[in-house]
Structures are given as C-alpha cells and as structure tokens.
Design a binder for this molecule. Sequence first.
Ligand SMILES: [Zn+2]
Length: 336
Amino acid sequence: MPDPGPDEILLKVAAVGMCRSDYQLLDGYFRDPFPVEFPYIPGHEIAGRVAGLGSAVPATMDYSENDMVVVNPSWGDGTCRQCREGNEQLCSGSGRWVGFGPAGGFAEYVAVEHRHVIPVSEEAASRPEFLAPMTDAGMTPYRGMTKLRDTGKLGPGRVIAVTGIGGLGSYGVQFAKLLGGGATVVAFARSDSKLDVAEENGADHGVNVGGKSTEAIQDELERLTGRRTVDAVLDCVGSEDSVAMGFDLLGPEGALASVGLMSHRVQHRQFPFVGTEQSYLGSFWGNQLDLAAVLSLAEAGLVKHNVTKVELDDVNENLQALGRGDVVGRQVIVFE
Ligand SMILES: [Zn+2]
C-alpha cells in the first residue's frame, strides 16, 4: 500500500481498464517516450474510492472516505504552456503519465495527487467498470472527434469513418454520432464481431476491411453510402496499413485524426494531401475537460459500454489477448 504524499489521495482501486497500450508498454513500443523500470505496475484507466488523504489536501475539496473518483491519467507539471492552457496530457515540462511512469492501477491501491482526480456521483459509483474506461478508451476518441468537428469536417451530408473497433473505436463510433451533426458513420474493422459492436453502438454501416484492396473497400463504401470517399477518418489503430487506408479513402478537404499508436512511421500520398487540402491531426489522450465531458455524457445515459469484467489474477493472459487484437470491447479488472 503506497503512503500518500502531502498532496496525494490514497485510492482503493475499484476498477481499472486494460488497454492495448499496457501490452505495448511491456513489449517495448513506449521504450523511448515512457521508459520504465521492471518489474512495473501498469494500468492507466482508474476508478477508485478515497481511502486516505495527505496532510495538504485542501479541506475545501471535501472528500470523505469511500467517495468514488476517477483519475485523470496525465499528470502535467502545471508550469509549461500546455499545462497552463489546460492540456496536461501534452506537458512539455516534467509531466508524468500514470501507468507509464508512476505506478498504475493494476494493484489494490494507488496514490494520486488531488488535482488529478474527478469525483463522481454515487449513482455512477455503482458501476466503476463503466467509469474507468472513460479515462482513455472514452476520452481519447472523444477528443479526436472534437478536432474533426472543430475543423469543420463533420455535419450533414458528410461521411465519417472510424477505423478499428477495439476499446477506443467502440466508443469512437458513438462520439461520431453524438458530435457528427447528422453525418453518416461507417465503421472499419477486420472482424465481424467487432463490426457488430460498432453497429449496436450506432454506426450506420460496417465494412470488414480484412484482406480487401482499396478498390474493394471503395466498392463497398459506394454500395453503402453512394460515395467512394469519406470526409473524416478517426483512426483508432495507428498501424501503417490503417493510416494508409484512411488516406486512400479520404476525399477533397478531408481530415484524418490519428489517436491510435501501433506503428512508428506512416505514409500518405503527397499530391492529394496538398492538392485537395487534406488535413492530418494528431490527438493525444485528453484533458480534464474532455474527461469531464465524457463522464457527463455517460452519466446522461448517452454512452453504451462494451465492458467485460475480469480479475487481476488473469492479467497476463488478458494482456496477451490484447497484443493479438482478440479483445472485443474493453476488459476491466474489477476489485470490489
Ligand atoms: Zn507541463
């Protein structure tokens, strides 16, 4: 059990989501940006109950033992420009990311600085397995979708593609509907069971892209939407193939937002990119406002969760399944 520092709250972890990036932390993908010493406790999607307060946690925060909170996983230093503008996930100073440096939530207890937690209602607290994934699987595609919206790429008559229907994409299609302003939403995945999830979550159409050429995908897109191109892509995979496919399908003035991280380099064709004024947007995790927004949408009953409860004892085999891409929806370790 960690000993909370003066500014920290000790949390008894109630639920922690399992993310493909937990597997990637172990297989070395994040060796450069997030070097950690093994043995190490991952886990960055955390909901927990207050179990102790450091001596300097302000009394005005009014926490009581057992209050349920979620953890905003990006712990910026609060001093750089990004932090001061509210984007601690982009901290360019001495920021830290729980589960990628500070010990994470694959453990019964975790200590978190008080300014990185958000309290939730007792009603929401009854399903911690739905709260934990909001801190990444929920808010990451949400933020990506707000970027596509804010650059004017969504709206009526437009087609949005969400690529990769895993933990993030199963929420991504929902935010495409919620923020899309009437746009048609198409899900791309390599398995029919993942496409079923996408359609249950509101996608208008699903395309199984496994083993298909660009032309074959365009033919199917035309059959479903009447068009061979899309106006916006939210790429939740981040592989060379998925990003290349996204750019191949992108129409004039289209935008591709990348939230997935699987490859180190991606390619696009430079002429249509410049000559038709396409945009490529990186979107990383989310800030406190993004997290508050998805929690609020979820509390209002506007978000469907595809969660399987799992046990800490099975963590290794579940990480391997994430590495193989075999997990449908989100697996969440539940402690209580
Ligand atoms: Zn900072």
